[in-house]
Design a protein around this ligand. Structure first.
Ligand code: GSH
Length: 225
């Protein structure tokens, strides 16, 4: 059985968890926070998520894990059969990560520590997000799924990226990023309605207090240095 390492408050973790649940793949969860020695044994850069399969193979990086489970468990496909359509799905995922997720994440330390975000950083983050908005506007279809008729890994991926955009970027920049892409908000809301998304959201909220304790301890340890 696959072991999914990480914690339910992590959106990257939830991308993989959603894909595993959607494809009906049996798995167990191993609660481990970033920064632990245990995590380093399964994830070379010590980031969440990672998985371990029956053969003891450890894999990290959410998009690589997604590819691995797609190629290993072929019953329910989350990528189109056509290579060109598959590339569009992967482009949407990559652009969401590079131009939505990563710039938004730069604001997380400020939110967690309560520090003011410098204006220069806000401007930089906004600039990258604007490129993401332009790219996703031209690639996303929402007809009804993000890449067209088929529900794909991009639907799962972008849904969890959007949580970070909403929580950190839209709030800190006072700019409704998702509203810049017609159809994105409605699609995102409908994604939240699935039983899997609801279960993952419940698990995320349940894990939040422990995760925030962990973050608080990390901030205190850093301040004590
Ligand atoms: N590129 C990685 C990013 C994973 C990531 O940043 N995970 C966060 C948790 S949501 C983490 O482990 N952060 C700890 C750190 O940056 O040291 C992936 O796609 O899996």
């Amino acid at each position: 059985m696959i072991t999914l390492h990480g914690f339910a408050a992590s959106n990257y973790y939830n991308i993989v968890k959603h894909a595993l649940l959607y494809k009906n793949i049996p798995f167990q969860e191993n609660l481990v926070f970033a920064g632990s020695e245990e995590l380093l044994t399964v994830s070379p850069v010590g980031k969440v998520p990672a998985i371990t399969n029956d053969d003891g193979l450890n894999i990290s990086e959410s998009s690589v894990i997604c590819d691995f489970i797609e190629e290993t468990y072929t019953d329910t496909s989350l990528y189109p059969a056509d290579a060109g359509e598959r590339a569009i799905v992967r482009q949407i995922m990559k652009i969401a990560e590079l131009y939505f997720e990563l710039p938004s994440r730069r604001l997380i330390p400020y939110v967690f520590s309560g520090a003011t975000v410098p204006d220069a950083l806000k401007a930089e983050v906004r600039q990258v997000l604007e490129r993401g908005v332009g790219a996703l506007n031209s690639l996303c279809q929402f007809s009804p799924w993000i890449a067209g008729k088929q529900f794909t890994m991009a639907d799962i991926y972008v849904h969890y990226v959007n949580l970070i955009v909403n929580t950190f970027a839209s709030s800190q920049l006072e700019w409704d990023v998702l509203a810049q892409i017609p159809g994105m908000k409605e699609w995102n809301d409908s994604m939240s309605e699935s039983d899997i998304a609801k279960q993952i959201e419940a698990d995320r909220l349940a894990n939040m207090p422990e995760f925030m304790q962990h973050i608080k301890a990390q901030i205190q340890a850093a301040n004590a240095k």
